[in-house]
Every structure is written in C-alpha cells, then in structure tokens.
Design a protein around this ligand. Structure first.
Ligand code: AMP
Ligand code: GLY
Length: 444
C-alpha cells in the first residue's frame, strides 16, 4: 500500500522509518518531510495545513493511508475535510476529527471532559476577561506554585508556572489581554501537581486500543532540568516506575474512561492519544492530552516496537484494532536531541552540518539511529540547519528489567558518541539524558 506521512520533524522521520520496515508498505511519501525522511521516502512539498495540497498529493500518488504527525492539521479539521470529499472519503486516515482534536486544541474542553468522566487530573477553573475578579479569588485559594494555561494552541508555550501570587495575577492579565493571541482569551488555572512525569501513548480506533512503549522526555534546555522549557531535549524508554501495577491504573482510570467518554460524546476517534501524566505517589494524573505522538519521545518509542506498526495503523483506521497485538522490545532506547545555539530563544538557520555518514545515508548502524528534525538541503546541495531542534540521536541497548544500569550506560555512550560526531556551529545538547533513570534504579 501507498502511505503518506504528514509533518517534517524527527517524529515524522521516526514514524516513516518504522512504517518503511513493513512488508505492507509499497511506496512511502512524507509531506513536507526533511532530508532524513528523503533517505527512506519520497518527499512532497507543501504544508499539511493546506488541505488542497494534501488532497492533490493523496490523489496523485494513489495514497491508501494518511498518517498525521502534528496536531495542527487535525485541530483545523483535516480529517473532516477528507470525510466530506467524495474522492478522499475512502482513504484510510490515522488522526481524529476536529471534535476529537479538541482534547489538545482546547485545555478547557479537555479539563471539563476529564471532570465529567472522573478521569484524575488537577483541580481547575477556567476564566476569561469578564471573570478576572473570580480568577483572582480562585488563585488566592490555591497554594504556590500557580499554574496558568492558555486555552488554545500556543506552540507549546502556553503554560506558565509561577511561585508568587502577585506574579500569577499579573500573568493572568497579560494572557487574557492577548499574550498568546486568541489562544489565551480563556485561561485555565489549576492546582500544581508534584511528581514525576511520564508520556504514555495509545493508538485507538474509538473502541479498542494498543498501548505503545512509554517514555520520559527532558523538557528544560539545561542539565539538571535547569533553564527554559523547550520542545524536548531528549527521551528515554522504558521508564522504570511504570510498573505493571502503575500501567494497570493508567488503563482502568484513564485510558478506558477516556475512550468511553469519547464514545458518550459521540466523538469517533481514530488516532493516537498521548497522555502527559504525573505520577503522584504511585497514582497517575493527566497533565494534558495530545492528539499526536510526542517529539522527541517518538524517536525513542518507535525503535522499541517489534510488531508491524503499519498493520496497527491500518487496523486503527479501519476500526479493527481488536485483532492487533503490539510487541514491545525488551531493550531500552535513549534519545539525545542536538539543538541550535540560542534555542529555545532565537537561533540562526542555514548553518552547514558535517560529520557522521549516518546523516546522509540510510546506514542506520544497528544500535544508533540519527533522526532528522530541523535540517534542510541548501541550494548547493549541502545539509544545513533549519530549526531549533536539529537531530534526535537514538541508541538502543538491551534492557534487563532488574537494575541493569550497565546497559543504559552503554546506550548513553553509543548515543553521545554519535552526537559528538555531528558538527555544526553552536551545537548544543544536554549531557545528562538518562542519568536520572540510572539514579532512580540505584535508589530503588
Ligand atoms: P503542558 O503544555 O500542558 O504539557 O504543560 C507543560 C508542562 O508544565 C508540563 O509538562 C508540566 O511539566 C508542567 N505542568 C502543567 N500542568 C501542571 C500541573 N498542574 N502541575 C505541575 N506541573 C504542571
Ligand atoms: N515532548 C512533548 C511533546 O511532544 O509535546
């Protein structure tokens, strides 16, 4: 079958890399993709948010299955567009309709959904500029730190956590008066949850579901979780505290009520659900829903799926997931992201990249994969930087469940060995990916 993956980051490179291994895959396309995707697929130029461009690409290349990487095309209704178009409505599609994508597109909707279906999450209230006085009163009832969230999509920047009440009130005013444009015309204020975060990924056809390998991402720019929030500086999978018991709670308290809730709301959901969870003393709470896979978690997660992802995706799109079983490798994956100097604030683009052969050729040496995120080819055919996050380097090592720290250390060494061989001006990366996991295993 012919498959079209939409998106251009490391997540899409990793999804395409996994799909490419399937015997069911005849031709693979990525729109717009990046030079890494070009090693394994045909690139189609254009934006996934340009519905007519996606339609043209789908029809011209006789696409059987579309897989959407980022949330934005879904939030603005790409699947609805496919279903309403006679020429597209029979094309298999992984990704929810606009109504389902509100789980990510509106924090207020997501919080009210969780409240309605008794899914554990932080206590909250939402406010607009007419209800500032009530918002102030609500803030006064909470203990620091104060968590304020723009209701709509704000390019991952819409969550602000502050220690001082006065600063929180000031931030509330700034958000409501357009700090994040219309995304912050409504603001959710919620209770601060302390614990360790974990990302759990579900593929559902609206009735049945598969749980993909879980992962932990490293959000801050600096070692030891210091500095500004980023899109993600690294990931590890598995996460040691995600025991069978913990995952049992995630399924019964969160995944199953979420799917039942979607059904009750009349929302036909076929696609990924990424649960951003907080482990509060052994109990999972939902921090956020996303309607896509995580980045850079996907670059770790895909390398641990031993079954045929394309078969799972087709079954998801057809509503036949009950027939599928996912097989997860007994090995760990560790991903280090190389970013441009200056990221997550301003950074230069177009810097020449040199280094390992893995950047140019599809010679993924067994244990290490180099997924491209923000790269491009310049007019002279040279590989250059084109984004803040430039590469995601993933290493796999066998993982023996009980405290096999040595294997994690080997994985770290392999990943950092390749990271060192990637050369571009201002390259930055975190040196401590996986160290907290090693510490956790040693202490428990
Ligand atoms: P989000 O964009 O919803 O993922 O939020 C960004 C980050 O803010 C999360 O990954 C958490 O680290 C943090 N966060 C969000 N909500 C809370 C909360 N209620 N308590 C503690 N931390 C939170
Ligand atoms: N790594 C977190 C995200 O993709 O939102």
């Amino acid at each position: 079958m012919n498959v079209l993956v939409l998106g251009s980051g490391g997540r899409e490179h990793a999804i395409a890399w996994k799909i490419k291994q399937s015997p069911l895959c005849t031709n693979l396309f990525v729109m717009p993709g990046n030079p890494g995707c070009a090693q394994i697929a045909t690139l189609i130029s254009g934006s996934p948010k340009d519905f007519n461009a996606v339609k043209e690409a789908t029809l011209k290349n006789h696409i059987d299955l579309v897989v959407v990487g980022p949330e934005e095309p879904l939030v603005v209704g790409l699947r609805d567009f496919f279903e309403a178009d006679d020429a597209l409505k029979n094309v298999l599609f992984v990704g929810p309709k606009k109504a389902g994508a509100r789980l990510e597109g509106s924090k207020e909707f997501a919080k009210e959904f969780m409240q309605k279906y008794s899914i554990p999450t932080a206590a909250f209230k939402s406010f607009c500029s007419e209800t500032i006085a009530e918002a102030d009163k609500f803030l006064e009832t909470l203990k620091a730190p104060y968590v304020l969230k723009a209701d709509g999509l704000a390019a991952g920047k819409g969550v602000v956590i502050l220690n001082e009440l006065e600063a929180a009130k000031e931030e509330l005013r700034s958000m409501l008066s357009g700090k994040f444009g219309s995304a912050s015309s409504r603001v959710v204020i919620e209770q601060f949850l302390s614990g360790i975060e974990v990302s759990v990924f579900v593929l559902t056809d609206g009735k049945d579901y598969l749980v993909l390998p879980e992962a932990k991402d490293y959000k801050r720019i600096g070692d030891g979780d210091k500095g500004l929030n980023t899109g993600g500086m690294g990931a590890v999978s598995p996460v040691p505290f995600v025991t069978e018991e913990f995952m049992g709670k995630v399924k019964s308290r969160i995944i199953e009520p979420t799917i039942k809730g979607l059904q009750s709301e009349g929302i036909d959901y076929k696609g990924f659900i990424f649960l951003g969870l907080m482990n509060c003393g052994g109990d999972p709470y939902v921090i956020e829903y996303n309607v896509r896979m995580g980045d850079p978690e996907t670059e770790a997660v895909m390398t641990r799926i031993d079954s045929d992802l394309l078969s799972h995706l087709v079954a998801c799109a057809k509503g036949e997931l009950r027939n599928e079983t996912i097989k997860i490798a007994e090995e760990n994956a560790l991903t280090v992201v190389c970013v441009s100097g200056g990221y997550p604030e301003s950074y230069p683009k177009g810097l020449k990249i040199t280094g390992t052969i893995l950047l140019r050729e599809n010679t993924y040496s067994g244990r290490v994969k180099v997924f491209h995120s923000g790269t491009a080819m310049n007019e002279s055919g040279e590989l250059v930087t084109a984004g803040g996050r430039v590469f995601a380097v993933t290493a796999n090592g066998s993982y023996l469940s009980e405290g096999d720290i040595q294997k994690i250390e080997e994985g770290r060494a392999s990943a950092y060995d390749i990271v060192d061989k990637i050369i571009f001006e201002g390259k930055n990366f975190r040196k401590d990916i996986g160290l907290d996991i090693i510490r956790y295993i040693k202490e428990s």
